[in-house]
Design a protein around this ligand. Sequence first.
Ligand code: FAD
Length: 319
Amino acid sequence: MAKIHFENEAYSLNEGDSVLDTLLEAGHDIPFSCKEGACQSCLMKLEEGSLPPESQAGLSEVQVKLGYFMSCSCKPSADLKVAQVDAGQLTVESKIITIDQLNDSILRLRLEAVFDFLSGQYISIWIDDNTTRSYSLASVKAVDNFIELHIKVIPDGIFSDKYCRRLNIGDKLKIQGPIGKCIYATNNKSQALLLAGIGTGLAPLYGILRDALHQGHEGPIHLIVGAKQASNFYLVEELNQIAAKNSQVKVTFIAQENNNQSACETGDLYQYVAEQYPSTKDMRVYLCGAKTFIKKLRKQCFLAGADRDCIHMDVFLPG
Ligand SMILES: Cc1cc2nc3c(=O)[nH]c(=O)nc-3n(C[C@H](O)[C@H](O)[C@H](O)COP(=O)(O)OP(=O)(O)OC[C@H]3O[C@@H](n4cnc5c(N)ncnc54)[C@H](O)[C@@H]3O)c2cc1C
């Protein structure tokens, strides 16, 4: 049985457990959030041993060279000696520039751009020494020069409600990142792009859409935003204006129920995508939002012909 050496103690790793599980069970205070290898809040540093490659998937070249790894995705078969990473080394401070309400339940935070990023990546915000939440980047660095986040307020949610309610312009947030590969990345400027999301899944898609246009994308871009109720949509005017100015852009809002008589489609998003795109062959697909939504639409687009490497996803796992 492999052992984890940490702070002068050794702990046996139970079958199927990760380094994070083992250290938490031993009573150590290791920060973590999504536990699915996305948020990077559980990063640790290797001191001796050999890491399973999946524990470094998605880390930057520098992080890999430094021996950083995600302790939630690290299930080694041989002994490892590991150390905690000082959160100060992972985070930078960024000042809040604006706070707006985009609709009844969605906040827009704009922060100073303190590092380079690509639209559609995400950052983790540190709420305290052990708690982080991840948010996707809706801004385009070259155009906006700020970090824009769209935050759905979940009643009593630790960050989106309780913490955000206390925030003011000028406050500083500790942020880590940027993380992720759900970005505009094609050498083929005439490729058809399908961007589909629900809820604040629009945040990364809004960034990717504007980044694609900024980079001179010429092929058709179809943004499809889904919601339960039409009143849940936001940025409707801005997106319709983008479509009006760029003939290759089509924006569709589709709600299960049109409760405020908006000019949107009513129906099922999956069915709408199936009807519009019986074949997704040669298309590049971006899917953002809740895990169940992404899993279902990814399968649908894959079965309709999209190449696995051409389906990009930003999965909003709960913290
Ligand atoms: C890569 C990534 C990107 C993300 N991007 C965004 C984004 O751009 N905008 C955004 O609003 N959120 C995003 N999220 C989700 C976000 O990180 C938080 O999980 C969410 O804001 C809830 O945090 P909280 O502290 O307010 O709620 P918590 O206190 O963590 O949870 C309160 C309750 O709400 C439930 N819950 C948690 N998350 C969700 C959810 N997403 N939907 C429904 N119920 C939930 C919990 O199970 C719990 O019961 C992203 C997550 C990931 C991993």
